[in-house]
Design a protein around this ligand. Structure first.
Ligand code: NAD
Length: 383
């Protein structure tokens, strides 16, 4: 079958990690008889340089015509002084809201090969793990198109203390419908896992969090098999480093999910390992293939400090491509093939610099971005 993929390499290490991911997709396609056609699109800093805006309307229009979107990362120091609405990161927000992908699934799994790269002791990992193992496999479902990142914001012009503008504000607003749909995404994910869902908020302080709980108290009734719990975000930040094994699915707001998933990434060894999928629902406009739109990207940024040096870890993007096969194209076997290939290269001791040597480095070989991509391709070919 043929699939069209909007490919947005972006800035910094973005093109370095999307290139190998596309090669891995092609390898799986060759093996199982699928053709992936890429439509390369511009967004972020590159788009600002080329056309003066981070998300040219043509990019969004073209993305909507594709079956799914794969993105590297956007941003960099050269665009940091631009006003907020012109910064590269606005492209991400525009794509997410324009494609109506409101549920951002961010798995954080400790792979046994990277155990030594996780800074936690076995005791901490085993606490709360259902089988007492030194491991964790959690999924953060982050609301992606609402909350603080999309709320009313501005400056208050009156001067205070001689400064003008005298203040600035952002607002957190969530509608019942926005909360309900992301909760249902979380419950659907939990149903296919260990049936535990933890809603993370700041209900002791924030009205919007108390409203999340009201919605959850109603929605949870539809999922009697799933254990629903609530946790304040400050406690969750602590529990993630104290006993991450206790979590199955965490559902949370845009802001909290952004921060907690970066924290969780450190426990997996490196931010370069973590994939993500951003999904719409059957009610949102459907992608060309008739399925809900999906946008796939590693959780890391454009890493300007290592850009252009063949040092970036492409595995988060490669695993994002696997999520694309699973969620957008329903190609579960092919998704597993990519995940197994990643496991194989790690078993062989192949490491990019960010995941190397934390356990002494015995039997490890440090390789670059391109070589890591080639190793995954070779593992798919069974070489
Ligand atoms: P970052 O994720 O780019 O980098 C944080 C640290 O992690 C750096 O030391 C970097 O070298 C390392 N790192 C990140 N990805 C890696 C990979 N694949 N392999 C190895 N090491 C990796 O975050 P930052 O430094 O805060 O942001 C840099 C730029 O990226 C900023 O302009 C920021 O706005 C942007 N950003 C974009 C996205 C996105 O496009 N989704 C997300 C976050 C940040």
């Amino acid at each position: 079958m043929n699939y069209s993929i909007a490919l947005v390499p972006g800035d910094g290490i973005g093109p370095e990690v999307t290139g190998p991911a596309a090669e891995v997709l092609d390898a799986v396609g060759d093996k199982y008889g699928h053709v992936f056609n890429y439509v390369e699109l511009m967004a972020g800093g590159k788009a600002i340089d080329a056309c003066g805006e981070p998300l040219p309307p043509e990019t969004l229009d073209a993305a909507r015509q594709c079956d799914a979107l794969l993105l590297g990362a956007v941003g960099g120091p050269q665009w940091e002084d631009l006003p907020g609405h012109l910064r590269p990161e606005r492209a991400l927000l525009g794509l997410r809201s324009g494609l109506e992908v409101f549920a951002n699934l961010r798995p954080a799994v400790l792979l046994p090969q990277l155990r030594a790269a996780c800074p936690l002791k076995d005791e901490a990992l085993a606490v709360g793990h259902p089988e007492g193992k030194a491991a964790f496999d959690l999924l953060i479902v982050r609301e992606l198109t609402g909350g603080l990142y999309f709320g009313k914001r501005g400056r208050i012009e009156e001067s205070s203390n001689g400064h003008s503008p005298g203040a600035a504000f952002d607002t957190e607003t969530y509608s019942w419908a926005e909360i309900e749909r992301v909760l249902r995404s979380g419950y659907a994910a939990a149903a296919a896992r260990w049936k535990k869902l933890c809603i993370v908020d700041k209900a002791n302080v924030l009205e919007s969090s108390r409203y999340w709980r009201e919605v959850a108290s109603v929605v949870s009734r539809d999922y009697p098999d799933i254990e629903t719990s609530y946790m304040y975000v400050d406690n969750c930040a602590m529990q993630l480093v104290r006993a991450p094994g206790q979590f199955d699915v965490i559902v949370t707001s845009n802001l909290f999910g952004d921060i907690l998933s970066d924290e969780a990434s450190v426990l997996t060894g490196s931010i370069g390992m973590l994939p993500s999928a951003s999904l719409g629902s059957p009610e949102a406009p459907l992608a060309k293939g008739g399925r809900p739109m999906g946008m796939y990207e590693p959780i890391h940024g454009s890493a300007p400090d290592i850009a252009g040096q063949d040092m970036a870890n492409p595995l988060g993007t490669i695993l994002s491509a696997a999520m694309m096969l699973r969620y957008s194209f329903a190609l579960e076997r092919e998704a597993r093939e990519i995940e197994a290939a990643v496991n194989t290269v790690l078993d062989r001791g192949l490491r990019t610099r960010d995941i190397a040597g934390r356990g002494g480095g015995a039997g490890e070989k440090i390789i670059g971005t391109r070589a890591m991509g080639e190793a995954v391709v070779a593992a798919i070919g069974g070489l």
